[in-house]
Write a protein that binds this ligand. Structure first.
Ligand code: ADP
Ligand code: ADP
Ligand code: ZN
Length: 220
């Protein structure tokens, strides 16, 4: 199977995490979801978690230096040898520039950046109904993709929970943060010829197919 090295870009709720899991399975790459890594660090009360907790609660970005070091280390791990799916990183121009430097020293390049787009009202519906498994991280939606076992995960039986930052006030902050700090990456990657725009509305499988189509020929 061809290797793939991609970034999933898009506002909160665009479906980055959902699609990252599918790509990881299909291409046997690693999946680097910075939000997942940070939330786990908070639960485990590691030094990283203690530093990051307040930012996550407010819906603001963790400082670039913290996140860049974390991703830089993660990319060196063995399961990333066959490629990677970056979900939620980079989120600022400075992070994108750091990523470029990191990949250069590793002698590899990004295949592409998938910019997932959904309208504002869909974002709010998706975030308000999002549920995640405490144990394995599987994603559900209260309405669009409910677990068949009520409050328990279909895959592992773990407890489903709603993220603290998926509440209305924090959602607004996160959308503002996206518009001001992350959306400029669409142009950044567009100018570098890396960008594919993906319509994020529709069934999960349909969105996945659009992504595969956009990646056509990648890594061959
Ligand atoms: P979503 O996918 O809903 O946008 P994430 O799970 O990716 O949310 O991120 C949750 C939170 O983790 C962010 O609001 C931010 O506080 C922090 N975070 C995640 N990735 C980054 C990053 N690349 N840079 C800075 N902060 C980040
Ligand atoms: P992001 O990582 O971009 O914040 P997620 O992948 O966590 O987004 O998806 C946000 C919520 O929307 C989750 O509850 C997920 O189950 C749901 N979701 C993801 N993709 C779709 C889709 N194509 N249609 C309907 N709901 C979706
Ligand atoms: Zn689970």
């Amino acid at each position: 199977m061809a290797s793939v090295r991609v970034v999933l870009l898009g506002p909160p709720g665009a479906g980055k995490g959902t699609q990252a899991k599918l790509l990881r399975e299909q291409f046997d790459t690693c999946q680097i979801s910075t939000g997942d890594i940070l939330r786990k660090a908070v639960v485990d009360k590691t030094p990283l978690g203690q530093e990051a907790a307040a930012y996550l609660n407010r819906g603001e970005l963790v400082p670039d230096s913290v996140i860049v070091n974390l991703v830089g280390e993660r990319l060196k791990e063995k399961d990333c040898e066959n490629g990677f799916v970056l979900d939620g990183f980079p989120r600022t121009i400075a992070q994108a520039e750091s990523l470029e430097r990191i990949l250069k020293t590793m002698g590899i390049r990004l295949d592409g950046v998938l910019s997932m787009q959904i309208p504002h009202d869909v974002i709010v519906d998706r975030l308000a109904g999002r549920r995640s498994c405490k144990n394995c991280g599987a994603l559900y939606h209260r309405v669009f993709d409910p677990s068949t076992r009520g409050g328990a995960c279909d895959q592992c039986g773990g407890e489903l929970y709603q993220r603290d930052d998926d509440r209305e006030e924090t959602i607004n902050t996160r959308l503002n943060v996206y518009e001001t700090q992350t959306a400029p990456l669409v142009n950044y990657y567009g100018q570098r010829g890396k960008l594919s725009e993906i319509d994020g509305v529709g069934k999960v499988d349909d969105v996945h197919r659009r992504i595969i189509q956009a990646l056509g020929g990648v890594g061959n």
